[in-house]
Ligand binder design. Structure first.
Ligand SMILES: CC(C)(COP(=O)(O)OP(=O)(O)OC[C@H]1O[C@@H](n2cnc3c(N)ncnc32)[C@H](O)[C@@H]1OP(=O)(O)O)[C@@H](O)C(=O)NCCC(=O)NCCSC(=O)C[C@@H](O)CCCCCCCCCCCCC(=O)O
Length: 735
């Protein structure tokens, strides 16, 4: 990434001799090139220092990018690269010759820390900077936690380091992180500045020699800041240790602060959380390289351009999808069944867009949505004749979806793609009513659709590779993480969620309260537990689906046992709540009580407690105390177990897919790496043993029976997660 130029005074810059030193390329290879890169930087600096004809130095990047920081893969290799970066930053700072950083593209992590050693920093107007180490479970370990607060003050440094957010060049200029922002050639501007600096004193530009700017109320500020950092961290260690490192900068001399930074860095480096977060970083990138069992792949399929899209249905999901498309600058037609629904939907969309525009303005961006060429509302399907892609987001009802797809198939131009935002329904059945099943695909958004990053992309039997590639490209443009999965009931996310929620409800039957179960899962790191989640989503959603499946409601055969379906255990508890009109937040009552219909503050409800107690009496269930371990294991291990079945069936092409789905769509704590990564850290033999134990106690719950694939992996010696898929079709003589 970085190059150095040695400047001799009075020479034409373009004719200057150049010494090039690369620190960390954007696509680092695995065999620790960074050691060589660091060595080259150090050698270059030393040569510049020793050469009397060199009067100043600029450090810049290769191919218009300063640096993405240290090679993340290197942190899990025994020969940890990048560890020597701090001393090199100090070496830069100590240089008697002025050193100017020319920041183009990105300067992240160790890359930005290198610039903090430089005496001056010039950034291109489009450059982005940041210290994202916290997002991969680390802290800036090349003295950045000590230099940044000295440069921009504690509040701004805390914000940048504990959130890991990227900042624009203009924000960097306002904060004093860079000295100048240029629109022209940054390297040439840096060389010009370096020339002007020759012979000028540098002492005041060496950040390690500067004091941390004082605040009138530093102690109170830090106390309050720590509370905020911890609250946001939700169990993740790195933000708090970032905070500790910055606090050290306010209390100790530079050298002691650096020692503290190293100590804290080492704690994080060896923590399981850093490993999990780094796995999640690469998993998110791995799922971009999609493949299907039939051999279709990102390598050979090309997306088609989407110049205009349409969304059918302006309920909660449709509104969020329209907002996402407008934000992605894709012209969109929003369609509703009649004027009344259209007007309600239009108002809601405009409100969402206004809020988004306000948020974007704070970041210096604009959102143009009042232009009819960008956003159009309609009730007539005829307006869909020229769109390239339609996303249907109506009610979750197969008959209705089929009616719409049949109509779309007749009205839309032949090359248009038809997407359905279903959370569980069969894509092939929906596609069967069209004349173009190869262009039909599931695009499962998560609520609120303009906020949640996940887009589950479900290919059917006839879906073409071009259609998959187009949906993936759409996800990218909408700044979402697209995960390609196969077609089965509930796809990946909801299919794994069913046994998890089912166990949570069974635990209530046996003696837990909703708040007990939620607490255990929230302590584990979920943003909200299963009951708070059901209340938020609406209990009526699952009720409708169970009625459609004939599990409850008028189609249920008379004489069916209350707690059994098809010979297996069934809990009617959620149905009973719905029969009492308790749909969750929307009705002000569900598994919890709320201050009003639509209220958001869940309070444990004594009514639920006595209802559960009566229910247990009616069904002669002996109430027992259920400990946290059992709650966690039964909920999580059944979810993971389903994940192994999904992998074995080829519904997802690797465990990373399941993990990316869970982290981005279901609030799984990222610092635990996703359910399948978590399973690998618990150890597959442990998971198998626990499932076997619970399955023996509850033989009428098939979801507790260990998946054959899990058993196979255990029999194969518990291989590392990266190797799981290679065992899928291998014979095991231990089975
Ligand atoms: C850079 C991005 C913003 C680019 O995004 P974009 O969407 O354009 O592209 P992709 O994300 O798809 O990336 C393309 C490609 O590149 C790979 N990649 C990108 N960045 C890295 C990276 N930093 N390392 C490895 N690989 C990277 C990516 O995987 C893609 O690869 P593919 O094969 O899929 O094509 C975006 O990529 C991004 O955000 N990147 C991450 C940026 C980041 O997090 N940087 C921080 C890195 S950590 C760091 O810099 C640490 C420093 O603070 C230095 C630490 C020094 C340590 C000193 C410790 C002293 C303590 C001593 C302890 C003693 C130890 C003992 O005792 O043992």
């Amino acid at each position: 990434m970085s190059w150095g130029r040695h400047i001799a005074p009075g020479q034409d810059n373009r004719k200057l001799p150049e010494v090039q030193v690369v620190i960390s390329p954007l696509h680092p290879t695995r065999n620790s090139p960074c050691l060589a890169v660091l060595q080259a930087l150090e050698d270059g600096l030393k040569r510049a220092d020793a050469d009397p004809s060199v009067k100043a130095v600029t450090i810049c990047g290769e191919n218009g990018k300063f640096s993405a920081g240290a090679d993340i893969r290197g942190f899990s290799s025994p020969n940890k690269q990048g560890l020597g970066l701090g001393p090199i930053v100090s070496l830069i700072e100590r240089s008697e010759k002025p050193v100017v950083a020319a920041i183009e593209g990105i300067a992240l992590g160790g890359g930005l820390e290198v610039t903090l050693g430089c005496h001056y920093r010039i950034a291109h107007v489009q450059a982005r900077m940041g210290l994202p180490e916290v997002t991969i479970g680390l802290l800036p370990g090349a003295e950045g936690t000590q230099r940044l607060p000295r440069l921009i003050g504690v509040p701004a440094a805390l914000d940048i380091i504990t959130t890991g957010r990227h900042i624009s060049a203009s924000e960097a200029l306002k904060l004093g992180l860079v000295d100048e922002v240029v629109e022209e050639n940054t390297v040439e501007a840096a060389i010009r500045l370096a020339n002007r600096l020759i012979g000028q004193p540098l002492g005041h530009r060496r950040l390690s020699l500067k004091p941390v700017p004082k605040l009138p109320n530093m102690e109170a500020f830090l106390t309050e800041a720590l509370v905020k950092v911890k609250k946001r961290a939700q169990g993740c260690l790195a933000p708090e240790l970032c905070f500790q490192a910055i606090k050290a900068a306010t209390e100790q001399p530079f050298a002691d602060g650096v020692r503290k930074e190293r100590e804290l860095f080492n704690i994080l480096l060896t923590s399981g959380q850093a490993k999990a977060l780094q796995y999640a970083f690469f998993a998110e990138r791995a799922v971009e390289k999609w493949t299907t069992p039939s051999g279709a792949s990102w390598k050979t399929a090309s997306p088609q351009p989407i110049r205009k899209a349409a969304v059918i249905g302006l309920g909660t999901m449709g509104r969020g999808i329209v907002t996402s498309l407008v934000k992605a600058k894709i012209p969109v037609v929003a369609l509703e069944q009649d004027l009344e629904y259209l007007n309600t939907g239009r108002k809601a969309v405009m409100l969402l867009l206004e809020r988004e525009a306000m948020k974007m303005e704070q970041g210096g961006q604009t959102l143009d949505f009042n232009n009819p060429a960008r956003l159009q509302f309609a009730v007539d399907f005829d307006v869909l004749r020229d769109v390239d892609l339609v996303i249907e987001a109506v009610f979750e009802n197969m008959a209705l979806k089929k009616e719409i797809f049949n109509k779309l198939s007749r009205i839309c131009k032949p090359e248009a793609f038809l997407c359905t935002n279903t959370s569980a329904l069969n894509i092939d059945e929906i596609a069967s009513v069209t004349s173009r099943p190869q262009q039909v695909i599931g695009t499962h958004f998560f609520s609120p659709a303009h906020v949640m990053r996940l887009l589950e992309i479900i290919y059917g039997r006839h879906t073409s590779p071009t259609t998959i590639a187009t949906a993936m490209q759409l996800a990218k443009v909408m700044k979402k993480v697209g995960v390609v999965v196969g077609n089965c009931f509930g796809f990946v996310g909801n299919r794994m969620m069913f046994p998890y929620v089912q166990q949570a409800v069974f635990l209530l039957e046996e003696g837990s309260r909703p708040e007990d179960v939620d607490q255990v899962l929230e302590d584990f790191g979920f943003k909200i537990g299963p009951f708070r989640m059901s209340d938020l989503a609406g209990l009526d959603v699952g009720w409708r689906s169970r009625k459609d499946q004939g599990l409850t409601g008028p189609t249920l055969a008379p004489g069916t046992s209350a707690r059994q379906r098809h010979g297996y255990r069934y809990s009617p508890l959620p149905d009973l709540l719905c029969e009492k009109g308790r749909f969750g937040q929307k009705t002000g009552k569900g598994w919890y009580q709320y201050e009003k219909a639509g209220g958001r503050t869940a309070k444990p409800d004594p009514w639920i407690h006595s209802f559960l107690s009566e229910y247990r009496d009616t069904h002669q269930i002996k109430t027992r105390f259920i400990d946290q371990e059992e709650i966690l294991e039964r909920c999580l291990f059944t979810l993971i177990n389903e994940g192994f079945d999904i992998l074995a069936e080829g519904i997802a092409s690797g465990p990373e897919h399941l993990d990316v789905v869970y982290i981005n769509g279901y609030g799984w704590p990222k610092h635990r790496g996703g359910p399948m990564f978590y399973a690998s850290t618990v150890g597959l033999p442990n998971i198998l043993a626990k499932l076997q134990k619970y399955s023996e106690i509850h033989p009428d719950v098939p979801q507790l029976r260990p998946s054959a694939f899990l058993k196979k992996l255990v029999a194969m010696g518990n291989p590392p997660l990266n190797d799981w898929m290679s065992y899928l079709h291998r014979q095991s003589n231990k089975l």
